[in-house]
Design a protein around this ligand. Structure first.
Ligand SMILES: Cc1cc2nc3c(=O)[nH]c(=O)nc-3n(C[C@H](O)[C@H](O)[C@H](O)COP(=O)(O)OP(=O)(O)OC[C@H]3O[C@@H](n4cnc5c(N)ncnc54)[C@H](O)[C@@H]3O)c2cc1C
Length: 435
């Protein structure tokens, strides 16, 4: 059935670089679907012999995200989520669920379902479900999304054999229950969804943990292979007249779907001291960042304004882009036209474009006053401080100590252990190593 897609397919459909450039269209006829059903737990929490009996952990939250985004594209969309129960656990996820539930025309229906049939003329799909109030019903949808769970890769046994690690019954990596990053083999660590179904923040946390454990093992070799990154010599632009370059980023559809980018570029080019204005689909991609550093050199720019996303995550990258072009990194100015503009005014395209122009105008004015700054190093105390001697604090303190740093672990109670101190769960020996 053409209009039944997996959640991963739907993720691509939502994406600016996806098959329909971020427009939600259905595969059978390229038309906008007005009524979509999500079916939860497809391939998860199965009760049949040999089936995936685990909860895939991420599907409830990602479906809610997909519903919110789909409603953002089309406020009149009717969305139905068929679930076994909603497991949106984790920090702030309940709030996310409530946000989806509060949207108009969004129904959460608790029912096992079957996909019924494809209607020949419309290619719509029917779903059979039952509720306590209405009994068994069959309802028609323009499109159906299957919220598929997470599986280990097919060739996982070969990988496990090669690396010499054990797998769990479900073919995820078997790990130490006290430290889920440790595998059955010393010196081999596991992070992300190979531990078991994890979302992105948890994958990142476990990946950072695995990195720290590798750092611990390799700490005795630290600084021996280090090479300093060499940048081109910095140009003295103090005597030059101002030449500001403005780059406006589409951020895929994030900005481009709301803000009229060509209009902003045209406007930016008219601003005082701007000698060049151009566009980028994704300024943060390696290739496009290189295009910006090439433009700095070719057009002799001595200030750069990037109208894009957030300095919080991306400013260091673009400072680096300036350094690559021999420009002092503090001649860079970020204009946030995503978080401060397109994301918060997604339904007011004209007003958002006007605001983007204002943000760019202010950034260009500020860029004209930027001074080159030099960074220097300060002596740093190499000891660590950990506050709280529960399981998390003790693990962090031990890891730092194993890497050769002196650590102070502060606990307000008489004993270490935090909440675990009162429980009967055994814990490994907490004797610190000589470091
Ligand atoms: C539809 C959908 C939507 C989602 N949306 C969200 C969301 O909004 N927010 C969120 O937090 N999470 C979301 N998730 C969960 C998120 O995808 C996972 O948390 C994340 O992908 C886990 O990252 P990972 O790097 O551990 O695994 P993966 O992303 O699966 O990456 C593993 C990589 O390893 C490669 N690989 C595998 N085997 C080998 C091998 N033998 N040799 C070399 N390479 C190999 C794979 O090709 C792959 O590139 C979603 C999941 C799905 C299915």
């Amino acid at each position: 059935m053409k209009n039944v897609v997996t959640s991963l397919d739907f993720e691509r459909i939502l994406c600016a670089t996806g098959p329909y450039e971020g427009e939600i269209l259905r595969p059978s006829d390229g038309k906008h679907p007005h009524k979509i059903a999500w079916i939860q737990c497809v391939g998860s929490r199965q009760v049949n012999e040999g089936g995936n009996n685990y909860c895939s952990a991420v599907c409830c939250a990602y479906s809610q995200k997909q519903v919110i985004l789909a409603k953002d594209h089309d406020a009149d969309l009717k969305a139905t989520i068929f679930h076994n129960d909603v497991r949106a656990y984790g920090k702030d996820f309940e709030r996310f669920h409530q946000r989806a539930e509060r949207l108009s025309d969004v129904r959460f229906i608790r029912s096992y379902v079957t996909v019924g049939r494809e209607i020949e003329s419309s290619k719509n799909v029917t779903i059979r479900y039952s509720t306590l109030d209405d009994g068994v019903k069959e309802e028609e949808f323009d499109m159906v999304v299957l919220s598929v769970g997470l599986n280990p890769p097919k060739d996982v046994e070969m990988l496990a054999q090669k690396i010499g690690i054990e797998l769990s019954d479900q073919k995820f990596c078997k790990n130490n229950p006290y430290n889920p990053i440790e595998t059955s083999r010393k010196g081999v660590f596991v992070s992300g969804a190979f531990q078991g179904p994890l979302d992105i923040p948890e994958s990142v946390v476990t990946a950072s943990g695995a990195g720290a454990l590798c750092g611990q093992l390799l700490s005795y070799r630290r600084h021996r292979l280090e090479r300093e990154r060499v940048y081109p010599p910095e140009k003295d632009v103090s005597k030059e007249e101002l030449k500001i370059g403005v780059v406006v980023c589409y951020c895929g559809a994030n900005i481009g779907r709301v803000v009229n980018i060509p209009e902003v570029i045209e406007y930016a080019a008219t601003l005082p001291n701007v000698s060049w204005a151009g566009e980028n689909l994704f300024a943060c991609s390696t290739e496009n960042a290189k295009q910006i550093s090439d433009a700095i050199v070719e057009k002799g720019l001595n200030r750069v304004v990037l109208a894009a996303c957030t300095p919080r995550t991306h400013e260091p990258l673009f400072r680096d882009t300036c350094r690559e072009a021999g420009l002092n990194q503090y001649f860079f100015e970020f204009a946030n036209i995503r978080e401060h503009c397109s994301w918060v005014h997604s339904r007011e395209k004209e007003a958002a474009t006007a605001k983007a122009k204002e943000i760019v105008r202010m950034s260009v004015a500020r860029a004209a006053h930027l001074e080159p700054l030099q960074e220097f190093q300060l002596p740093v105390d190499h000891t660590g401080l950990v506050v709280g001697g529960g399981v998390a604090g003790m693990t962090a303190a031990l890891n730092m100590a194993e890497q050769g740093f002196e650590v102070y672990l502060i606990e307000k109670d008489d004993d270490l252990g935090g909440m675990r101190a009162g429980s009967t769960i055994p814990w490994r020996d907490w004797t610190c190593s000589p470091t």
